[in-house]
Ligand binder design. Structure first.
Ligand SMILES: C[S@@+](CC[C@H](N)C(=O)[O-])C[C@H]1O[C@@H](n2cnc3c(N)ncnc32)[C@H](O)[C@@H]1O
Length: 234
């Protein structure tokens, strides 16, 4: 097994373990803001060519459902490593009678879709878990139609200043304790701030997006700069 495959296996197993409480913890940790961030991310998907939308790292399908809410004319494919997260997503889709979201399991580094298959797409809170960021961006761009918009929501390191320091205190000290307790999986919520520390900064992610060939690449920040929305076109 390669290092990337080993990382994917470990990340998938970790998300399997927290799938049952994942949505609740997202709402608690972000004080409900995650719903607004997904709404804003999906609203950037404009000037769509023909075809379906992709949500990679769909987890429990919240972003895919937001795509369907804003773009009922488009089918959505939700793609994820974790069978546990996808099962929770499947139950949610069934409870809402949503039939135009197809869930597929696999690794973003090897998307099982043809070149140019998607009219647009997005990913939320996923790329920092992927073993190779440039390879993931190249693979995502491969499956987008020319000019198709793509949006990336991520937690990145906050800017400095008092608010940034307050965020770090909250995110690195408080979140692992209360989210670890509620989920019963403290390891997963210790991993969360560590994964942000290891990941690209907002500026580095913007540079990586451009280096992967995305056009019109831009970044917007929420909270004290700790949540970023990057957009570009394939
Ligand atoms: C923090 S959750 C985000 C879920 C969802 N996008 C949301 O907005 O709530 C990250 C998801 O990405 C998935 N994931 C992590 N690495 C992945 C990879 N290499 N390929 C596909 N999915 C991946 C995990 O299994 C998990 O469901």
């Amino acid at each position: 097994m390669t290092a990337a495959q080993e990382k994917a296996r470990a990340v998938g197993a970790m998300f399997d373990g927290i799938a049952g409480r994942y949505d609740l913890l997202n709402r608690l940790m972000s004080a409900g803001q995650d719903v607004r961030w997904r709404r804003i991310a999906v609203a950037t998907l404009t000037r769509l060519p023909a075809g379906p939308l992709l949500d990679t790292g769909t987890g429990t399908a919240d972003l895919a459902l937001e795509m369907r809410r804003q773009r009922p004319d488009r089918a959505v494919t939700g793609f994820d490593l974790s069978g546990g997260m996808l099962r929770a997503g499947k139950d949610k889709l069934a409870a809402r009678g949503e039939q135009q979201v197809t869930l597929v399991r696999g690794d973003t580094l090897r998307l099982p879709f043809r070149d140019g298959a998607f009219a647009g797409g997005a990913t939320a809170f996923t790329l920092r878990n992927v073993a190779d960021l440039p390879a993931a961006l190249a693979e995502i761009r491969r499956v987008l139609a020319p000019g198709a918009p793509f949006a990336i929501l991520e937690i990145t390191r906050p800017r400095g200043g008092l608010l940034g320091r307050a965020f770090n205190l909250y995110f690195q000290r408080a979140v692992p304790v209360f989210a670890g307790l509620i989920s019963g999986r403290p390891g997963a919520y210790r991993y969360l701030p560590e994964s942000v520390e290891r990941f690209a900064t907002g500026d580095e992610l913007l540079a990586a997006l451009r280096a992967a060939g995305f056009r019109e690449a831009k970044m917007r920040r929420f909270w004290p700069g700790a949540v970023t929305l990057h957009t570009g076109r394939g």
